[in-house]
Design a protein around this ligand. Structure first.
Ligand code: OXD
Ligand code: MN
Length: 606
């Protein structure tokens, strides 16, 4: 479609301004057809950036290798440019919006020379759903267009819903690598150096400006930028919730259904939990979403959730038939692989795929690589953040209602992280505000290899939203408290703190996790109906010793350890929250959370 055919005056003007600034050689409005997708792949094959995989084994699948400087979200270059620094809060990077726009306009000047500008109209959420939002991303990356085809609903049908004057979130994206006359990418992933990368959000004007990266959440602007950072601001202003949560459907042996969402920091197994295959006989889990949930109140006073995304952008390493069979099935066709290793017969391989590397491979940097199991320091063949982009509809466990425009009614929220000690396997909040307290103290163990901190340190990641909240986290806590105060608590989801990652003194996991987590989900299911053996403790409502049937290999002593109230550990936890965590939010930390902290402390001391 041509620019002149756009019916939305504001959109047309906005694109024209971008064209004048970025001076692409051509402009195309994306229609979202499969022919368009194929054309993007063909363009990238021509540029030497896409490798066709073995079409017998992996039909419709392609491999990309990004630049080593462009392999992950760049949190240090991600900005919340609200008018006031205080609105971005202590957990976000901030630059004055006028200053940031000036800098970025400089970078955007003629940045698309030699390239085509693609205009991608997209819907986060089923097209036309009351809960969905429309964004329009302009980009000079065919890789981004192809990925957006999978991750969002894109094209002409979105423009039809947008009409002549509908609301959309304008999103600029450029990889920041113009081409001189006759120059080609020639197999080199185009991007700008790290100090020129900017992932910027302007909450007041609901704008996203991204420059210099072509990878993942930096470039597929519907995901973290729109569906979390900008949407969290919209949700605050409009009275709903935009959360970093999976959504699952669970059916008990009697056929009763409930929907549960869960927030876990990155790398805590959200995709695995969303696609879990229960080991508990008669139970069934189906997937609605694996990363983001948007929730609004229905006329019946209940919270209804949609998955705003249409695909999975999952981490490949560690994904195998044991850890996530449904994901492995989802990525057998029509999948874009980025930074995994390539086998001689053009299959994919990664660390933790479940079998040894077959012969010599090409690693994610494009170099020959042969597995050397004796060498513990061998560089991985697949980048630890290598990804698959796959259509959600390909998941064998996808729930039939996953695209229901009115969403699914939520019965429970889970909060969790990797906590080797202290936090029990499962703990139900005594009230909404107690649940908000639990969300506010979510933390996860980090390894020294991943971040420059001491191994075993707990990185607090409230509500798993630390890198994704588009405003002051203290105000975000307030928003959650307000949601509770403004609605009938009996109809709100029940809140649970879970922890699959407890370790014994030898550092071994006590709980096997994965499909065995269904045993915990079953207890949660029953608790939502006021059933299931439960005991009141100072830290919350815990299962009675017989309420969760232990999986094979987990003994009575282990269950006791998993469900005990570690008084000394919790006192240290409370002290850490009081001394180190809550003070970060200054006077924006709602007093209700200090009241909650005091009352838990009092109960622990009683
Ligand atoms: C993700 C993340 O990629 O949370 O989903 O980092
Ligand atoms: Mn995520």
């Amino acid at each position: 479609m041509k620019l002149s055919e756009l019916k939305h005056g504001g959109l047309k003007k906005w694109v024209e301004e971008a064209v004048a600034l970025m001076t692409p050689d051509a402009v195309e409005v994306c229609d979202g057809t499969s022919a368009e997708y194929d054309r993007m792949i063909a363009l990238m094959k021509d540029a030497g950036l896409a490798t066709e995989l073995n079409q017998k084994k992996l039909p419709g699948c392609f491999l990309f290798r990004s630049d080593p400087s462009d392999v992950a979200r760049v949190e240090a270059r991600t900005y919340i440019a609200s008018k006031s620094k205080d609105d971005a809060g202590p957990t976000n990077n901030w630059i004055d919006p006028a200053e940031l726009k000036k800098t970025m306009r400089g970078l955007y000047g003629a940045c698309m020379k030699g390239r085509t500008m693609f205009v991608i109209p997209y819907s986060m959420g089923p097209i036309g759903s009351e809960i969905a939002k429309i964004g329009v991303e302009i980009t000079d990356s065919p890789y981004v267009v192809a990925n957006m085809h999978i991750m969002a609903r894109v094209g002409t049908k979105v423009l039809d819903v947008l009409g002549a004057d509908g609301f959309f979130v304008p999103c600029y994206h450029s990889i920041g690598k113009p081409l001189a006359a006759g120059e080609k990418d020639n197999g080199v992933w185009p991007c700008a150096p790290l100090d020129k990368k900017y992932i910027s959000h302007f909450p007041e004007t609901r704008e996203i400006w991204s420059y210099g990266s072509g990878y993942g959440g930096n470039a597929l602007l519907g995901k973290k930028c729109l569906a979390l950072r900008i949407a969290s601001v919209l949700a605050r202003d409009e009275g709903w919730l935009a959360e970093h949560m999976l959504i699952l459907k669970i059916t008990n042996p009697q056929g009763a259904v409930k929907y549960i969402t869960g927030a876990f920091p990155s790398a805590c197994g959200k995709t695995n939990l969303a696609m879990l295959i229960p080991t508990l006989p008669g139970w069934k889990v189906e997937t609605v979403g694996d990363d983001i949930a948007w929730m609004k109140f229905g006329a019946d006073g209940r919270l209804y959730a949609i998955n705003p995304e249409a695909g999975f952008f999952g981490v490949a390493p560690g994904t195998n038939n044991e850890s996530n069979h449904n994901a492995m099935e989802s990525i057998k066709k029509n999948t874009i692989y980025t930074n995994v290793a390539l086998t001689a017969d053009k299959d994919v391989w990664w660390e933790g795929i479940g079998y040894d590397a077959p012969g010599s491979l090409t690693d994610w940097k494009g170099k020959p690589w042969t597995q050397d199991k004796a060498n513990k320091n061998q560089e991985p063949a697949a980048h630890p953040n290598s990804r698959f982009t796959a259509p959600a509809k390909q998941c064998p466990a996808i729930a039939k209602e996953w695209e229901d425009p009115k969403g699914v009614p939520i019965s429970a929220f889970l909060f969790g992280g990797r906590r080797p000690k202290t936090i029990p396997l499962v703990n139900q909040a005594k009230s909404w505000i107690h649940g908000v307290f639990m969300g506010s103290i979510v933390g996860s163990e980090v390894t020294a290899a991943a971040l420059d901190v001491q191994a075993g340190t707990i990185r607090r990641d409230p509500f798993a939203m630390l890198p994704f909240c588009g405003y002051h986290m203290g105000d975000y806590f307030k928003h959650w408290i307000k949601i509770g105060k403004g609605h009938d608590e009996a109809k709100l989801p029940k809140i649970f703190f879970v922890n699959w990652f407890r370790k014994d003194d030898a550092g071994k996991f006590i709980w096997p996790g994965y499909g065995e987590n269904s045993r915990v989900l079953a207890w949660i299911f029953d608790r939502c109906d006021g059933k299931g053996g439960a005991v009141e403790t100072p830290i919350g409502t815990l299962p009675t010793p017989d309420a969760i049937i232990p999986p094979a290999g987990v003994g009575e002593q282990d269950m006791k350890e998993l469900l005990k109230v570690d008084i000394a550990g919790w006192k240290a936890e409370i002290k850490d929250v009081r001394d180190n965590h809550y003070p970060k939010f200054g006077d924006k930390l709602p007093k209700e959370l200090y009241v909650e902290l005091d009352s838990i402390e009092k109960r622990l001391n009683a």
